[in-house]
Write a protein that binds this ligand. Sequence first.
Ligand code: NAP
Length: 280
Amino acid sequence: MSDTILVTGATGKTGRRLAAALKEKNVDVRAASRRPSADHLVFDWQDPSTHAAAVEGVDAIYLVPPAMVEDPAPLVAPFLAAARRAGVRGVVLVSSMGAGFPSEPPGSGRRKLEALVADSGLGWTILRPSSFMQNFSEGFLLPAVRGGAIPNPAGDGKAAMVDAIDIAAVAAAVLTDGARHAGQVHDVTGPSPISFAEIAGVITEEAGRPVAVRPTTSPQFLAMLEGAGVPSDYAAMLLRDQEAIRDGAAAAVADTVQRLAGRPARPFADYAAEAAGAWR
Ligand SMILES: NC(=O)c1ccc[n+]([C@@H]2O[C@H](COP(=O)([O-])OP(=O)(O)OC[C@H]3O[C@@H](n4cnc5c(N)ncnc54)[C@H](OP(=O)(O)O)[C@@H]3O)[C@@H](O)[C@H]2O)c1
Protein backbone atom coordinates (compact mmCIF):
# COMPACT_ATOMS: atom_id res chain seq x y z
CA MET A 1 0.00 0.00 0.00
CA SER A 2 1.32 3.46 -0.84
CA ASP A 3 2.10 6.03 1.86
CA THR A 4 -0.40 8.75 2.70
CA ILE A 5 1.11 12.23 2.60
CA LEU A 6 -0.52 15.30 4.14
CA VAL A 7 0.23 18.39 2.05
CA THR A 8 -0.43 21.56 4.04
CA GLY A 9 -0.68 24.78 2.04
CA ALA A 10 -2.02 22.63 -0.80
CA THR A 11 -3.58 25.61 -2.59
CA GLY A 12 -0.33 27.60 -2.44
CA LYS A 13 2.59 28.03 -4.81
CA THR A 14 4.53 24.95 -3.76
CA GLY A 15 1.81 22.79 -2.18
CA ARG A 16 -0.37 22.83 -5.28
CA ARG A 17 2.50 21.69 -7.47
CA LEU A 18 3.63 19.12 -4.92
CA ALA A 19 0.15 17.57 -4.62
CA ALA A 20 0.08 17.20 -8.41
CA ALA A 21 3.60 15.71 -8.51
CA LEU A 22 2.78 13.19 -5.78
CA LYS A 23 -0.47 12.14 -7.49
CA GLU A 24 1.54 11.53 -10.64
CA LYS A 25 3.69 9.13 -8.60
CA ASN A 26 0.46 7.40 -7.45
CA VAL A 27 0.96 8.56 -3.87
CA ASP A 28 -2.12 8.89 -1.69
CA VAL A 29 -2.29 12.68 -1.15
CA ARG A 30 -4.28 14.40 1.57
CA ALA A 31 -4.40 18.02 0.41
CA ALA A 32 -5.22 20.59 3.10
CA SER A 33 -6.74 24.05 2.90
CA ARG A 34 -8.79 26.30 5.17
CA ARG A 35 -11.55 26.21 2.56
CA PRO A 36 -13.55 22.99 2.28
CA SER A 37 -13.83 21.50 -1.20
CA ALA A 38 -14.08 18.13 -2.88
CA ASP A 39 -10.28 18.11 -3.27
CA HIS A 40 -9.29 19.50 0.13
CA LEU A 41 -9.49 18.46 3.73
CA VAL A 42 -10.17 21.40 6.05
CA PHE A 43 -7.08 22.38 8.02
CA ASP A 44 -6.38 25.64 9.80
CA TRP A 45 -3.25 26.36 11.84
CA GLN A 46 -5.34 28.72 13.96
CA ASP A 47 -7.96 26.03 14.72
CA PRO A 48 -6.42 23.06 16.58
CA SER A 49 -9.72 21.16 16.34
CA THR A 50 -8.84 20.54 12.65
CA HIS A 51 -5.41 19.01 13.38
CA ALA A 52 -6.16 15.49 14.63
CA ALA A 53 -8.23 14.50 11.60
CA ALA A 54 -5.58 15.92 9.28
CA VAL A 55 -2.81 13.69 10.66
CA GLU A 56 -4.84 10.52 11.29
CA GLY A 57 -3.46 7.66 9.14
CA VAL A 58 -0.78 9.90 7.62
CA ASP A 59 2.80 8.70 7.01
CA ALA A 60 4.51 12.00 6.20
CA ILE A 61 3.73 15.71 6.19
CA TYR A 62 4.72 18.60 3.91
CA LEU A 63 4.65 21.51 6.31
CA VAL A 64 4.02 25.01 4.98
CA PRO A 65 4.10 27.20 8.10
CA PRO A 66 1.20 29.49 9.04
CA ALA A 67 1.23 32.41 6.59
CA MET A 68 2.59 35.83 7.65
CA VAL A 69 3.40 34.67 11.19
CA GLU A 70 6.95 35.63 12.23
CA ASP A 71 7.05 33.12 15.09
CA PRO A 72 5.00 30.09 14.02
CA ALA A 73 6.37 27.70 16.69
CA PRO A 74 3.49 28.14 19.19
CA LEU A 75 0.98 27.19 16.47
CA VAL A 76 3.07 24.35 15.01
CA ALA A 77 4.24 22.69 18.26
CA PRO A 78 0.87 21.16 19.26
CA PHE A 79 0.34 20.03 15.67
CA LEU A 80 3.67 18.17 15.61
CA ALA A 81 2.85 16.60 18.96
CA ALA A 82 -0.50 15.41 17.54
CA ALA A 83 1.30 14.07 14.46
CA ARG A 84 3.70 12.10 16.63
CA ARG A 85 0.85 10.66 18.69
CA ALA A 86 -0.90 9.65 15.47
CA GLY A 87 2.16 7.68 14.33
CA VAL A 88 3.31 10.03 11.53
CA ARG A 89 6.86 9.08 10.57
CA GLY A 90 8.26 12.11 8.78
CA VAL A 91 7.95 15.82 8.14
CA VAL A 92 9.38 18.06 5.43
CA LEU A 93 9.48 21.70 6.50
CA VAL A 94 9.43 24.58 4.02
CA SER A 95 11.80 27.00 5.70
CA SER A 96 13.80 29.63 3.83
CA MET A 97 17.36 30.21 2.69
CA GLY A 98 17.06 33.36 4.78
CA ALA A 99 17.19 31.22 7.92
CA GLY A 100 20.83 30.55 7.09
CA PHE A 101 21.90 34.07 6.10
CA PRO A 102 24.65 35.60 8.28
CA SER A 103 22.29 38.48 9.14
CA GLU A 104 19.61 36.14 10.53
CA PRO A 105 19.07 36.70 14.28
CA PRO A 106 19.63 33.41 16.16
CA GLY A 107 16.24 33.81 17.87
CA SER A 108 14.24 34.51 14.69
CA GLY A 109 10.89 32.80 14.30
CA ARG A 110 12.04 30.66 11.39
CA ARG A 111 15.15 29.49 13.25
CA LYS A 112 12.97 28.55 16.22
CA LEU A 113 10.65 26.68 13.87
CA GLU A 114 13.53 24.71 12.35
CA ALA A 115 14.70 23.76 15.86
CA LEU A 116 11.17 22.72 16.80
CA VAL A 117 10.89 20.43 13.77
CA ALA A 118 14.34 18.95 14.41
CA ASP A 119 13.29 18.20 18.01
CA SER A 120 9.83 16.90 17.06
CA GLY A 121 10.70 13.22 17.36
CA LEU A 122 9.63 12.74 13.72
CA GLY A 123 12.05 11.96 10.90
CA TRP A 124 12.63 15.45 9.50
CA THR A 125 14.05 17.20 6.45
CA ILE A 126 14.28 20.97 6.13
CA LEU A 127 14.09 22.69 2.75
CA ARG A 128 15.52 26.20 2.58
CA PRO A 129 14.39 27.65 -0.75
CA SER A 130 15.68 30.92 -2.14
CA SER A 131 13.18 33.59 -3.34
CA PHE A 132 10.42 32.11 -5.46
CA MET A 133 10.15 33.12 -9.12
CA GLN A 134 6.38 32.86 -8.69
CA ASN A 135 6.42 35.93 -6.40
CA PHE A 136 6.20 37.90 -9.67
CA SER A 137 3.20 36.02 -11.09
CA GLU A 138 1.32 34.52 -8.12
CA GLY A 139 2.70 36.34 -5.10
CA PHE A 140 3.05 39.76 -3.53
CA LEU A 141 4.90 41.31 -6.48
CA LEU A 142 2.22 40.56 -9.10
CA PRO A 143 0.34 43.88 -8.66
CA ALA A 144 3.64 45.77 -9.02
CA VAL A 145 4.53 43.89 -12.21
CA ARG A 146 1.07 44.61 -13.63
CA GLY A 147 1.55 48.26 -12.65
CA GLY A 148 4.83 48.35 -14.62
CA ALA A 149 7.27 49.01 -11.74
CA ILE A 150 8.84 46.44 -9.42
CA PRO A 151 9.93 47.92 -6.08
CA ASN A 152 13.53 46.97 -5.40
CA PRO A 153 15.38 47.54 -2.15
CA ALA A 154 18.14 45.10 -3.21
CA GLY A 155 19.97 47.34 -5.70
CA ASP A 156 22.23 45.38 -8.05
CA GLY A 157 22.24 42.37 -5.71
CA LYS A 158 21.45 39.00 -7.24
CA ALA A 159 19.46 36.04 -5.91
CA ALA A 160 19.51 32.48 -7.20
CA MET A 161 15.70 32.52 -7.47
CA VAL A 162 13.94 29.19 -7.66
CA ASP A 163 10.88 27.97 -9.55
CA ALA A 164 8.18 26.61 -7.21
CA ILE A 165 7.92 23.54 -9.46
CA ASP A 166 11.53 22.71 -8.52
CA ILE A 167 10.79 23.03 -4.80
CA ALA A 168 7.81 20.70 -5.32
CA ALA A 169 10.00 18.22 -7.21
CA VAL A 170 12.59 18.20 -4.43
CA ALA A 171 9.87 17.83 -1.77
CA ALA A 172 8.28 14.96 -3.70
CA ALA A 173 11.64 13.18 -3.86
CA VAL A 174 12.20 13.60 -0.13
CA LEU A 175 8.64 12.65 0.87
CA THR A 176 8.74 9.45 -1.15
CA ASP A 177 12.21 8.44 0.09
CA GLY A 178 12.19 10.05 3.53
CA ALA A 179 14.62 7.75 5.30
CA ARG A 180 17.44 8.71 2.92
CA HIS A 181 17.03 12.43 3.63
CA ALA A 182 16.23 12.36 7.35
CA GLY A 183 18.11 14.91 9.43
CA GLN A 184 19.21 16.96 6.41
CA VAL A 185 18.87 20.64 5.56
CA HIS A 186 18.78 21.40 1.83
CA ASP A 187 19.12 24.83 0.22
CA VAL A 188 16.92 24.83 -2.90
CA THR A 189 17.85 27.39 -5.56
CA GLY A 190 17.58 28.11 -9.25
CA PRO A 191 20.47 27.54 -11.66
CA SER A 192 22.02 31.02 -11.51
CA PRO A 193 21.79 34.31 -9.64
CA ILE A 194 19.72 37.04 -11.28
CA SER A 195 19.30 40.76 -10.49
CA PHE A 196 16.04 42.71 -10.40
CA ALA A 197 17.12 44.66 -13.50
CA GLU A 198 17.62 41.38 -15.38
CA ILE A 199 14.26 40.11 -14.11
CA ALA A 200 12.50 43.28 -15.28
CA GLY A 201 14.13 42.83 -18.70
CA VAL A 202 12.88 39.25 -19.08
CA ILE A 203 9.39 40.13 -17.84
CA THR A 204 9.22 43.12 -20.22
CA GLU A 205 9.93 40.81 -23.13
CA GLU A 206 7.40 38.17 -22.06
CA ALA A 207 4.69 40.66 -21.03
CA GLY A 208 5.03 42.60 -24.27
CA ARG A 209 5.12 45.93 -22.44
CA PRO A 210 7.67 47.80 -20.32
CA VAL A 211 8.17 46.69 -16.73
CA ALA A 212 10.80 48.68 -14.85
CA VAL A 213 12.60 48.45 -11.54
CA ARG A 214 11.69 51.12 -9.00
CA PRO A 215 14.63 51.68 -6.62
CA THR A 216 13.19 51.63 -3.12
CA THR A 217 14.80 52.38 0.23
CA SER A 218 14.48 49.92 3.08
CA PRO A 219 12.04 52.16 5.03
CA GLN A 220 9.93 52.62 1.87
CA PHE A 221 9.82 48.85 1.29
CA LEU A 222 8.81 48.27 4.91
CA ALA A 223 6.07 50.91 4.68
CA MET A 224 4.82 49.34 1.44
CA LEU A 225 4.52 45.90 3.08
CA GLU A 226 2.87 47.24 6.21
CA GLY A 227 0.51 49.30 4.07
CA ALA A 228 -0.51 46.05 2.35
CA GLY A 229 -1.37 44.54 5.75
CA VAL A 230 1.79 42.53 6.41
CA PRO A 231 2.42 42.38 10.20
CA SER A 232 5.43 44.54 11.10
CA ASP A 233 7.62 41.74 12.51
CA TYR A 234 7.01 39.62 9.38
CA ALA A 235 7.64 42.64 7.13
CA ALA A 236 10.96 43.19 8.91
CA MET A 237 11.92 39.60 8.09
CA LEU A 238 11.02 40.07 4.41
CA LEU A 239 13.09 43.25 4.32
CA ARG A 240 16.03 41.42 5.91
CA ASP A 241 15.93 38.95 3.02
CA GLN A 242 15.99 41.79 0.47
CA GLU A 243 18.92 43.42 2.25
CA ALA A 244 20.71 40.06 2.20
CA ILE A 245 20.21 39.95 -1.58
CA ARG A 246 21.63 43.50 -1.79
CA ASP A 247 24.63 42.40 0.28
CA GLY A 248 25.38 39.35 -1.88
CA ALA A 249 24.27 36.66 0.59
CA ALA A 250 21.59 35.16 -1.69
CA ALA A 251 23.60 34.53 -4.85
CA ALA A 252 24.87 31.06 -3.92
CA VAL A 253 23.65 28.24 -6.17
CA ALA A 254 22.87 24.81 -4.69
CA ASP A 255 22.77 21.59 -6.72
CA THR A 256 19.81 20.19 -4.74
CA VAL A 257 17.32 20.15 -7.63
CA GLN A 258 19.71 18.21 -9.85
CA ARG A 259 20.68 15.78 -7.07
CA LEU A 260 17.22 15.10 -5.67
CA ALA A 261 14.88 15.69 -8.60
CA GLY A 262 17.31 14.30 -11.19
CA ARG A 263 17.08 17.22 -13.60
CA PRO A 264 18.50 20.75 -13.82
CA ALA A 265 16.81 23.61 -11.97
CA ARG A 266 14.67 25.80 -14.23
CA PRO A 267 16.08 29.16 -15.33
CA PHE A 268 14.09 32.38 -14.86
CA ALA A 269 13.53 32.70 -18.62
CA ASP A 270 11.68 29.35 -18.76
CA TYR A 271 9.52 30.31 -15.79
CA ALA A 272 8.73 33.73 -17.32
CA ALA A 273 7.72 32.27 -20.68
CA GLU A 274 5.22 30.05 -18.86
CA ALA A 275 3.97 32.72 -16.45
CA ALA A 276 3.53 35.46 -19.07
CA GLY A 277 -0.26 35.10 -19.09
CA ALA A 278 -0.34 36.64 -15.61
CA TRP A 279 1.29 39.85 -16.92
CA ARG A 280 -0.58 40.43 -20.17
N1 NAP B 1 7.87 33.39 -1.53
C1 NAP B 1 9.17 33.25 -1.36
O1 NAP B 1 9.99 33.88 -2.06
C2 NAP B 1 9.68 32.32 -0.29
C3 NAP B 1 11.05 32.09 -0.19
C4 NAP B 1 11.52 31.20 0.77
C5 NAP B 1 10.63 30.57 1.64
N2 NAP B 1 9.28 30.84 1.51
C6 NAP B 1 8.36 30.20 2.45
O2 NAP B 1 7.39 29.48 1.74
C7 NAP B 1 6.21 29.41 2.54
C8 NAP B 1 5.00 29.65 1.67
O3 NAP B 1 4.90 28.58 0.76
P1 NAP B 1 4.03 28.74 -0.55
O4 NAP B 1 4.55 29.95 -1.29
O5 NAP B 1 3.98 27.44 -1.23
O6 NAP B 1 2.60 29.10 0.03
P2 NAP B 1 1.65 30.30 -0.43
O7 NAP B 1 1.56 30.33 -1.92
O8 NAP B 1 2.12 31.54 0.30
O9 NAP B 1 0.26 29.83 0.13
C9 NAP B 1 0.03 29.74 1.51
C10 NAP B 1 -0.71 28.43 1.76
O10 NAP B 1 -0.92 28.33 3.16
C11 NAP B 1 -2.29 28.10 3.38
N3 NAP B 1 -2.66 28.80 4.60
C12 NAP B 1 -2.62 30.14 4.85
N4 NAP B 1 -3.04 30.37 6.11
C13 NAP B 1 -3.34 29.17 6.65
C14 NAP B 1 -3.84 28.75 7.92
N5 NAP B 1 -4.13 29.63 8.90
N6 NAP B 1 -4.03 27.43 8.13
C15 NAP B 1 -3.78 26.53 7.17
N7 NAP B 1 -3.33 26.85 5.94
C16 NAP B 1 -3.11 28.17 5.70
C17 NAP B 1 -3.04 28.62 2.18
O11 NAP B 1 -4.16 27.80 1.96
P3 NAP B 1 -5.69 28.26 2.03
O12 NAP B 1 -5.72 29.75 1.78
O13 NAP B 1 -6.33 27.46 0.95
O14 NAP B 1 -6.11 27.87 3.41
C18 NAP B 1 -2.04 28.38 1.06
O15 NAP B 1 -2.21 27.09 0.52
C19 NAP B 1 6.35 30.46 3.63
O16 NAP B 1 6.56 29.81 4.87
C20 NAP B 1 7.58 31.24 3.25
O17 NAP B 1 8.33 31.67 4.34
C21 NAP B 1 8.80 31.69 0.58
